[in-house]
Design a protein around this ligand. Structure first.
Ligand SMILES: Nc1ncnc2c1ncn2[C@@H]1O[C@H](COP(=O)(O)OP(=O)(O)OP(=O)(O)O)[C@@H](O)[C@H]1O
Ligand SMILES: [Mg+2]
Length: 262
C-alpha cells in the first residue's frame, strides 16, 4: 500500500514561491522639476530555472528595471519579491543581505577588481559572506571549468580578453550559488563571436545548475536566446507582447518588434 505522501509532490515544492516576482513596479525620476515615469506598471513572474530576456531600445528603462529587481534602487510604487522575500520590506542592510545571498549580477563592463587574480575575483562574493573559499574549492573549480576559465585562474583581469573577462564575471556571479542571475547587456562590450559564446554559456549555466537567468539587452540576437522574450518600450512591459517557447530565431524577434512598432 502506498502512503498518501508518495503520490503527492513534497509540500516544499508545491508551495515554493517564484524566484522573481515584479508586482506593478513603478519608478519615477525628477527631470527639470517634473516627475517622469521611467518604469511603468511592470509585472511578471519568473520560475525556477527559467531563462528570460527583456529586449528594449536604448533609454527604454532596462537598466533602471534591473536595478529595481536587484534591490539596488527602490520602486516608487509596487513590489519586488525574490524567492518570496519582499525587497521593500526591510532597510538597505536587509536588501543588501538578500542581494548577496540570492542574486548574482553580470554587468556590461565586467567590474572585475584589477588587483585580484581571476580566482580571487570569482571567490570574492564568498569572502564578503564571511565564508572560506577553500571550503568550496571543488565547486569553484567546477564553475571555472563550466565557464572555460580554469586555466586563467592565476591571471589578472588586465591579461584577459573581453570575452574571458565576462566569463570570469559570470563565474563570480555564480560563486555563492544564487537562485537568480541578472545580466545587464552582458555582450554590449564584446565582439559578436564572444557575445554569442557568453549567451550560450548562460544557457548552459541554466541547464547545468538550474539558475534562473534574466538578461536585458537591446540586441535582438541575444534576446532570441531566451525561453521567454519580453519587450520593454518607454518603461512599459506589455504582457501580451511576450514570446514564449524559445530559443527563437532572430527573425522572430524582429517580427515581434515590427508588430509592436518598436
Ligand atoms: N539618474 C537619472 N536621472 C534622470 N533620468 C535618468 C537617470 N538615469 C536614467 N535616466 C533616464 O531614464 C531612462 C531609462 O534609462 P536606462 O538607463 O534605464 O535605459 P536603458 O534601457 O538601460 O538604456 P541603454 O540601452 O542605453 O543602457 C532614460 O531616458 C534615461 O535618460
Ligand atoms: Mg542600460
Amino acid at each position: 500500500m502506498t502512503s498518501p505522501s508518495s503520490s503527492s509532490p513534497p509540500a516544499a515544492a508545491a508551495t515554493a514561491p517564484p524566484v522573481l516576482e515584479a508586482r506593478s513596479v513603478f519608478r519615477f525620476r525628477t527631470v527639470d522639476g517634473h516627475d517622469v515615469p521611467i518604469v511603468r506598471d511592470v509585472s511578471f513572474v519568473l520560475g525556477r530555472g527559467e531563462f528570460a530576456t527583456i529586449m528594449g531600445p536604448s533609454g527604454s528603462g532596462k537598466s533602471t528595471l534591473l536595478h529595481l529587481l536587484a534591490g539596488l534602487e527602490r520602486p516608487s510604487a509596487g513590489a519586488v519579491l525574490v524567492d518570496g522575500e519582499d525587497l521593500g520590506a526591510g532597510d538597505e542592510e536587509q536588501r543588501a543581505a538578500v542581494r548577496r545571498r540570492r542574486i548574482g549580477f553580470v554587468f556590461q563592463f565586467f567590474h572585475l577588481l584589477p588587483d585580484l587574480t581571476v580566482e580571487e575575483n570569482v571567490t570574492l562574493p564568498l569572502r564578503i559572506l564571511g565564508q572560506n573559499p577553500n571550503k568550496h574549492r571543488g565547486r569553484i573549480d567546477s564553475l571555472l571549468d563550466l565557464l572555460g576559465v580554469q586555466k586563467l585562474k592565476q591571471r589578472l583581469p588586465s591579461a584577459l580578453s573581453g570575452g574571458e573577462m565576462q566569463r570570469v564575471s559570470i563565474a563570480r556571479a555564480l560563486s555563492t550559488q544564487p537562485p537568480l542571475v541578472l545580466a545587464d547587456e552582458p555582450t554590449g562590450n564584446l565582439s559578436s563571436k564572444a557575445g554569442e559564446e557568453v549567451v550560450a554559456l548562460l544557457r548552459s549555466v541554466r541547464e547545468k545548475l538550474g539558475t534562473t537567468i534574466l538578461l536585458v539587452t537591446h540586441n535582438p540576437r541575444d534576446a532570441a536566446a531566451g525561453d521567454r522574450v519580453m519587450f520593454l518600450h518607454d518603461g512599459v512591459l506589455r504582457p501580451d507582447s511576450e514570446l514564449r517557447g524559445g530559443p527563437f530565431g532572430v527573425a522572430d524577434v524582429f517580427a515581434r518588434l515590427q508588430e509592436l512598432g518598436i
